[in-house]
Design a protein. Structure first.
Length: 168
């Protein structure tokens, strides 16, 4: 008899019962398009990403990790400028949409443009969350929540290690 792991049983059950769609299976237990090798303009092997990013950024951007709250210097960054993806340098957020969410991570109420980010459904902690990734390289940036300020009501809760700050 073939051995089946817990993820296979749970994901198969959830898909069969309609609890999640096929797209949700991609993000089940934290899987991302970056990990699954989705179609992005910038493609590198895992070894190339590790060399380019280093271990901490690789864990965040390529393995959908999360940094410790209040650990990023970018959380306190107040200068005018652009926050770019640390994996490919695509500008994803502007400083004028950054705000202090008091969560311990850099937070923004909107990206520079909708085509700069992509989203997937993440079930890593047992319920659905909206994961946000870089549209160019697929790097995991963080998550989007519905408790942000006006005008969008969104909180893009972003790992500082997934970003590089470029002063204006």
């Amino acid at each position: 008899m073939k051995s089946v792991d817990r993820r296979t049983i749970i994901s198969g059950t959830l898909a069969a019962t309609g609890a999640i769609g096929i797209a949700g299976l991609t993000g089940l237990f934290g899987g991302t398009k970056a990990q699954a090798g989705g179609t992005f303009k910038i493609k590198r092997t895992p070894d190339q990403w590790k060399q380019r990013l280093g271990p901490s950024r690789y864990r965040i951007l390529r393995q959908a990790g999360t940094e410790r709250a209040y650990s990023s210097p970018l959380n306190a960054e107040k200068r005018a400028g652009v926050f770019a993806c640390a994996g490919c340098n695509l500008g994803v957020y502007k400083s004028d949409t950054k705000y202090d969410s008091r969560t311990g991570w850099p937070s923004f109420w909107a990206p520079i443009a909708k085509n700069r980010i992509g989203t997937t459904t993440d079930y890593k902690i047992g319920y659905a969350r909206t994961e946000v990734h870089c549209a160019r390289c697929g790097g995991h940036l963080g998550h989007i929540f519905n408790d942000g300020p006006k005008p969008t009501g969104k909180r893009h809760c972003i790992n500082g290690l997934s970003l590089k700050f470029i002063p204006a």
